[in-house]
Design a protein around this ligand. Structure first.
Ligand SMILES: NC(=O)c1ccc[n+]([C@@H]2O[C@H](COP(=O)([O-])OP(=O)(O)OC[C@H]3O[C@@H](n4cnc5c(N)ncnc54)[C@H](OP(=O)(O)O)[C@@H]3O)[C@@H](O)[C@H]2O)c1
Length: 346
């Protein structure tokens, strides 16, 4: 099996290299980024990988392959995905480029992976907030129906890529090293020590591209075009781990015990780790970097504003680099080539 990883030196690409080694240990890897370089994973004494400029794929006689994981920005996905398909690869693209294309399946493994059949050549990986959200909503939709969703997100800085994450870490180190109880030493226009609107790509509706992605993608994955869903997204000063508060109205009344039973059952709610009770103990953004391939879900409570008893509050957390990106892509590819690590099969 010949596997290509584009964007191999980025945050998601590096996670993909690790997961591919677990899933298909004997596969031949071809790694690509902006230029020829050596990538060392694991610090001093770590493993060196040869990385090639992705532009080499455009040369006549570029090597063919079986599966390509593409972790590039939209512009470069548009440039390289068609070429990878020409070279015989089946492609999983992690950018926004193909998510709205009606001819491209948008797949959250564990929710709608049935769409990944043998004839499919290109799959789009959803946004990193959408994947944990739909893993929680999918089983609830199957059992009770989901009528409406309101989401507030608290998203990690790594969602913006390695350069922004490194700047955030450097800014945090500098500002936290000074005694300052107010935070005046932090830049109010930067991420360190701050909560920030996720406001890139705000359109005439007033909602940002992140907010529009979360709502559009959830409807597509859950096959609920009429779902009433609205989101407000923010970034918080956390390196990895997207945190989402939800207010959900189910299609029919269900007790908290009935809802818990569905979300706690791995056969009905795959890739979900259920946190019982209503306090959210252990349900922190950072807890997901110790449990990287599941959505952490809990803090279930009744929303007393709804006299029909169908509305509940819930918290969902996911590692944006793994569950929200690389792990999902590898699980999707396991539909074509079974993974040797059972946790990476779907
Ligand atoms: N970060 C997340 O939480 C997350 C989650 C879900 C989806 N995604 C999506 O996944 C994609 C990658 O995100 P990321 O966070 O991993 O980004 P990143 O850390 O910024 O990495 C970007 C990658 O793109 C490569 N690249 C840049 N310019 C290139 C060029 N001209 N030709 C070929 N490769 C080029 C970089 O290579 P060099 O090192 O050589 O510059 C690097 O490998 C994006 O579409 C993002 O929206 C990210």
């Amino acid at each position: 099996m010949r596997i290509g990883i584009l964007g191999a030196t980025g945050l998601v690409g590096r996670e993909t290299i690790d997961l591919v080694a677990r899933a298909w240990p004997t596969a031949a890897l071809a790694l690509y980024a902006s230029r020829d370089q050596t990538l060392t994973i694991g610090g001093v004494g770590g493993k060196d990988h040869e990385v090639l400029a992705a532009a080499r794929l455009e040369e006549a006689g570029a090597p063919r392959g079986d599966v390509a994981f593409v972790a590039l920005d939209d512009e470069h996905s548009k440039r390289y995905v068609p070429r990878l398909l020409e070279l015989g690869y089946r492609v999983i693209d992690k950018s926004n480029t193909y998510r709205a294309d009606p001819n491209v399946p948008l797949v959250a493994a564990g929710v709608n992976h049935d769409l990944v059949t043998d004839v499919v050549r290109l799959v789009s990986n959803p946004n990193c907030t959408t994947i944990p959200l739909t893993l929680a909503l999918g089983p609830l939709q199957n059992h009770f129906g989901v009528e409406s969703v309101t989401a507030a997100t608290y998203q990690a800085i790594s969602g913006a890529g390695v350069a922004v994450l490194d700047q955030f870490l450097a800014d945090s180190r500098r500002a936290y090293s000074e005694p300052d109880r107010l935070g005046v030493r932090f830049d109010a226009k930067a991420y360190a020590g701050n909560t920030f609107p996720h406001n890139g790509g705000t359109d005439a509706s007033g909602f940002s591209s992140e907010e529009r992605k979360l709502t559009f993608e959830s409807k597509k994955i859950l096959r609920l075009p009429g779902l009433a869903i609205s989101a407000q997204c923010s970034r918080v000063p956390v390196a990895v781990g997207h945190y989402e508060h939800l207010w959900l109205t189910l299609g029919k009344k269900a007790s908290l015990d009935e809802i818990s039973a569905v979300l706690a059952d791995g056969s009905q709610a795959p890739f979900v780790r259920w946190f019982a009770g209503n306090t959210g103990d252990g349900l922190t953004a950072l807890s997901c970097v110790h449990d990287r391939d599941r959505a952490l879900v809990g803090r279930l409570r009744a929303d007393d504003r709804d006299p029909s008893g169908r509305t509940v509050c819930l918290t969902v957390i996911g590692d944006n680099l793994r569950l929200g990106a690389a792990t999902n892509a590898v699980r999707v590819a396991s539909r074509w080539y079974r993974s040797e690590d059972p946790d990476l099969n779907v």
